[in-house]
Ligand binder design. Structure first.
Ligand SMILES: [Zn+2]
Length: 248
């Protein structure tokens, strides 16, 4: 079986990336999203060190959106060299930056992705309506990746209509993840990706521990249950989706 972990912050983890990749024996390749200029540069460096095994992204997390005017040039300079733009998006749960700043940064990221024909990695937390509006106006279809999807059935249906790709993380496997599992039922496997969001959100049986790419299989196993498919099939479908969406 081989998986693709489409969202793991190896550069923010603290442990040696080579070690984490080395023990993820069932993981073919990973995407390491940047959350600001510095971590995007670190992601780019990892993609050069682990060529073929690590894809880089460049972007500014919505938590930091107020710093977009200062970080924009550096991120734009990296945009051509990376595989995807982001992570960007809107977070009205922690709301660490004013909504207007988050929306400006998000829209600018989408414009960069459109111009370069690259996928965009979108963080959406308690901001379904606003993200939907912006993606509907300007999104890049299947290359719009809703990372760590936590929407319920209603929002899942509405986003399905926009043709986006859904990436599932640890919460789909949590005991409390019933709403997400019910939503995942609606998502055709060929529109889905799996991720760990390392170092966060470790799935059971490792909940509460520091997450790592090797554990993406538990996310895949939860989806296999939801879709009543063999795990091997979920691994090959989601891996093929990842290759298509990220242009690998
Ligand atoms: Zn992330």
């Amino acid at each position: 079986m081989s998986w693709v972990d489409t969202h793991c912050h190896l550069q923010l983890d603290g442990r040696p990336p080579g070690e984490l990749l080395g023990r993820a024996t069932d993981v073919d390749w990973v995407v390491v999203p940047g959350v600001d200029a510095e971590s995007s540069a670190a992601s780019l460096a990892l993609s050069r060190e682990f060529q073929g095994q690590v894809l880089a992204t460049a972007g500014l997390h919505p938590h930091e959106a107020s710093t977009w005017p200062h970080q924009r040039t550096a991120i734009e300079d990296m945009a051509r060299q990376v595989s995807a733009i982001g992570e960007t998006g809107l977070d009205f749960y922690r709301h660490l930056a004013p909504a207007e700043d988050q929306e400006t940064s998000f829209r600018d990221h989408i414009a960069i992705a459109r111009e370069l024909g690259k996928p965009i990695v979108v963080h959406c937390r308690d901001a379904f309506s606003a993200v939907h509006t912006i993606v509907e106006e300007t999104g890049v279809g299947p290359q719009t990746i809703l990372h760590c999807w936590t929407g319920g059935r209603r929002w899942t249906r509405r986003f399905l209509d926009l043709g986006v790709t859904f990436s599932f993380a640890g919460p789909v496997a949590f005991e409390t993840g019933e709403t997400i599992r019910l939503a995942a039922e609606l998502v055709p496997p060929e529109r889905a990706l799996v991720e760990t969001d390392t170092p966060y959100l470790a799935p059971p049986p490792h909940r509460g521990e520091q997450n790592e790419p090797a554990w993406v299989e538990y996310v895949g196993a939860a989806l296999a249950k939801v879709w009543a498919l063999p795990e091997g099939e979920v691994a090959s479908i989601t891996s093929a989706n990842a290759a298509r969406v990220f242009g690998k």
